[in-house]
Design a protein around this ligand. Structure first.
Ligand code: ADP
Ligand code: ZN
Length: 436
């Protein structure tokens, strides 16, 4: 396989070199952090009063963990290290779990973030001559502009399509020969189910790749996308707090995501105790941003669950790979006392061939018990079959789910187009139970 690098030297650097870069950048970040109201309060309490108090990477552990709550409580300027005249851009998170948080970028920060984005794009083999249709929303959300800047830097032709208006999206793909999409996996699946309606088929398109991210999805969802479109789908991970997309990206081997360790220090902790977990074991991803000085953020608890791979990647990159995001630490559902992650449900239903491109998980109270309903869209041809066949399929889905999550959900089967469609991040779980 042909391997392209954006910056071969750092992408293939040995561990010692990467750690040396991390240490030097961490010291610089602590220097910047000491200009923010938040860290001015926090760092002296752990004995850090100057960058010289960081002597080795082990000293990172002294720095207190930071949470989304810290960002919210210190909104809007508690993490700002520079005068706003130095800031060239702000972004916010999409607010999936509450009030959005804000980030600030100086010109140098934006340049560094763009470079990491470019590196991610090149890792997938996308290059000058490719046409990228960026279907993430433009604006405060990082998914639009940050990908846009990175792709321009590599030299791709960028179509800033933003999200929504499926008919126009398909027209753009046809008119400009789009080869690469940047899109949420749920919206990409949805688009496939509408192609016929707009008189198009996959054969009319020139698609080769998709960067899919911004929301959790299973390996079976990726496979489904790849089969439906005949393309390669690369997992793209990022979060606004770490500058948006491009924190970790899959290379051509598509064997989970290289996390760019010269730009972000990766830790995985047990979310309950805060202790580090060994490589290979699932935990909460904690990230230290090493490239954003206008708004330092160190040891940020992402609430995303993943594990670290230890085996090397054949592409030659030495930056460690994290698994796909297995969910958020706060998206666990407790159904009649059983802990269930929505990702477990998705993994099962997406490998059932009759299942179409959309689903939703619904939880409600029935008397004192919780009732779990999994609503699934089928491909339309399924509804031409007999009622008996439909019942058999319901039982099959329900049995397969029980084998994975131990409880038996109620299965509702729907025709395509019935369940709500999301052009940005999908809302997969609707929990109608009263919160205590
Ligand atoms: P919000 O936290 O409001 O959703 P962001 O827009 O910053 O704000 O989204 C970042 C979050 O999106 C990540 O923390 C993660 O939960 C999710 N996410 C981003 N990319 C992926 C991906 N490839 N796989 C799974 N989840 C992802
Ligand atoms: Zn690789």
């Amino acid at each position: 396989m042909e391997i392209h690098y954006w910056n071969k030297e750092i992408e293939t650097a040995d561990r010692k070199t990467i750690q040396a870069v991390q240490l030097q950048r961490l010291k610089a970040m602590v220097a910047s952090a000491l200009h923010t109201p938040f860290y001015k309060r926090k760092l002296p309490t752990v004995g850090i009063n100057s960058p010289d108090d960081i002597k080795s990477l082990d000293d990172l552990k002294k720095i207190p963990l930071a949470s989304k709550e810290d960002l919210r409580q210190n909104y809007p300027k508690g993490f700002l290290a520079v005068d706003t005249s130095e800031v060239v851009r702000i972004h916010t998170s999409s607010g999936t779990t509450g009030i959005p948080t804000v980030i600030y970028l100086s010109a140098a920060d934006l340049d560094a973030a763009t470079d990491i984005m470019a590196r991610s794009i090149v890792a997938t083999g996308a290059t000058r001559g490719d046409v990228l249709q960026n279907m993430m929303s433009y604006g405060l959300f990082t998914g639009g502009l940050c990908m846009h800047y990175g792709a321009e830097r590599v030299g791709l032709m960028v179509i800033p399509a933003a999200g929504g208006n499926t008919k126009r999206q398909i027209q753009l793909m046809k008119d400009f020969g789009t080869t690469v999409l940047h899109i949420t996996p749920s919206y990409l699946l949805h688009i496939h189910s509408t192609l016929g309606e707009f008189g198009t088929s996959v054969k009319d398109l020139s698609l080769k790749k998709a960067f899919i991210g911004a929301e959790p999805h299973s390996e079976n969802t990726r496979k489904k996308i790849e089969e439906l479109y005949g393309i390669d789908a690369y997992n793209s991970y990022g979060l606004s707090e770490m500058n948006g997309p491009g924190v970790a990206f899959e290379c051509v081997y598509k064997n989970d995501l290289h996390l760019w360790e010269d730009a972000y220090i990766l830790e995985v902790i047990d979310p309950k105790t805060g202790d580090p977990v060994p490589d290979g074991q699932e935990g909460e991803v904690v990230l230290t941003n090493l490239i954003r000085h206008a708004m330092p953020l160190m040891r940020y608890r992402t609430r995303d669950r993943a594990f670290v791979h230890t085996d090397p990647c054949p592409c030659g990159r030495t930056h460690r790979r994290i698994s796909r995001i297995l969910g958020r630490t706060d998206d666990m559902l407790i159904i009649n006392g059983v802990n269930i992650f929505p990702s477990q449900i998705e993994e099962v239903i997406m490998k059932i061939p009759e299942v179409g491109t959309n689903y939703q998980i619904y939880v409600e109270k029935q008397g004192s018990l919780d009732k779990l309903i999994v609503k699934v869209e089928l491909y339309s041809k399924m509804f031409l079959g007999e009622a008996k066949q439909i019942d058999k399929l319901k039982a099959k889905i329900s049995d397969e789910l029980r084998a994975s999550i131990t409880i038996k959900p109620v299965i509702e089967l729907h025709e395509p187009g019935v369940l709500p469609v999301f052009e940005g991040k999908a809302v997969r779980v609707v929990d109608k139970r009263e919160k205590l």
